[in-house]
Design a protein around this ligand. Structure first.
Ligand code: SF4
Length: 298
């Protein structure tokens, strides 16, 4: 059994920067992080041991005169307002790609505020990044999680579509085509055309990984995909691996290596380990050691 780690897997630029910022700022004293710094329990635990205390919005409202790190996902304006009110120093590690998207959505909202225009976000309801994006529209944006949510839109009114940065490009394209189709029907019925602007705001740091990841998945007999259970990027990338290699398994840590998975790996010639933009390299290394040590015991 040869075990290989995908060299293109692991933290994206935004997450790497946020973690480096946390490590640097921790050396200066007490530091809180609003929400898990990354959707990976093992990495959160590692930083927790270094002193990074994870808090939620309720905690933020009660804290005063402390330092709080904002993670790569970005935050809605309300977070900055609370921080200002409570004299909290913000260490802003929001990813620049997300900040740029927030600005585009905010500009669109301000431009069409008070009209019947609909700002639509293709994303996961309740995801931290999406909460930050909705906040740019005073929470008036319509969030669609999939093509099945398109009935939520009113095709008599203008539509401005954006995407959460970690969604699938293919799904976004399907949604665009379906909106165009419904808009076309409306044109035929009433002879009126509604405005439909769409912006593919999917981060290429993620999207460009798909092809390389699928090549990697194809070149192995069994693929062990390592990702956090809360990570939407992990789910997307895992499904891309599964599309091309049905012997792909999802694990979050060594503890998830069940006897069935271990047996499946030992029967294979080539086992590939890969992960999401939130999966630390050290965790993939740990899994490799675990698989190899287990093979030696047999
Ligand atoms: S996936 Fe892209 S947008 Fe999201 S944190 Fe990473 S670099 Fe930034």
């Amino acid at each position: 059994m040869i075990v290989t780690i995908d060299e293109n897997s692991g933290f994206c630029f935004g997450v790497t920067t946020a973690i480096e910022t946390a490590e640097r700022e921790l050396q200066k004293g007490q530091l809180f992080c609003l929400g898990d710094i990354v959707h990976n329990g093992q990495e959160v635990e590692r930083l927790d041991k270094l002193g990074l205390e994870t808090i939620d919005y309720d905690d933020l409202r009660t804290l005063h005169n402390v330092r709080v790190l904002l993670r790569a996902h970005g935050e809605p304006p309300s977070t900055y307002h609370i921080a200002k009110r409570n004299n909290i120093e913000i260490i802003d590690a929001s990813c620049p790609v997300v900040l740029h998207l927030q600005k585009r959505i905010r500009d669109t909202y301000l431009q069409h505020h008070g009209t019947d225009a609909q700002i639509v976000i293709f994303g996961k309801k309740g995801h931290a990044e999406v909460i930050g994006l909705e906040g740019q529209t005073n929470n008036t944006a319509i969030v669609i999680e999939s093509i099945h949510d398109l009935d939520k839109l009113n095709y008599e009114h203008p539509i401005y579509l954006f995407s959460q940065t970690t969604k699938s490009v293919e799904e976004f394209r399907e949604i665009v085509e379906e909106i165009k189709r419904r808009r076309g029907e409306r044109l035929e019925e009433k002879g009126e055309e509604i405005v439909f602007e769409y912006h593919d705001t999917i981060c290429r740091n993620v999207a460009n990984r798909v092809k390389k990841l699928q090549d990697f998945a194809r070149s192995n007999d069994v693929v062990v995909f390592v990702g956090g259970k809360k990570s939407s990027n992990a789910k997307v990338l895992y499904n891309h691996c599964l599309e091309v290699n049905s012997s792909t398994v999802f694990v979050s840590s060594e503890a998830d290596l069940t006897p069935e998975i271990l047996q499946q790996c030992h029967q294979a010639e080539r086992v590939g380990i890969c992960g999401a933009t939130s999966t630390p390299k050290w965790l993939m290394e740990q899994l490799r050691c675990s698989l190899e040590n287990d093979a030696k015991r047999l």
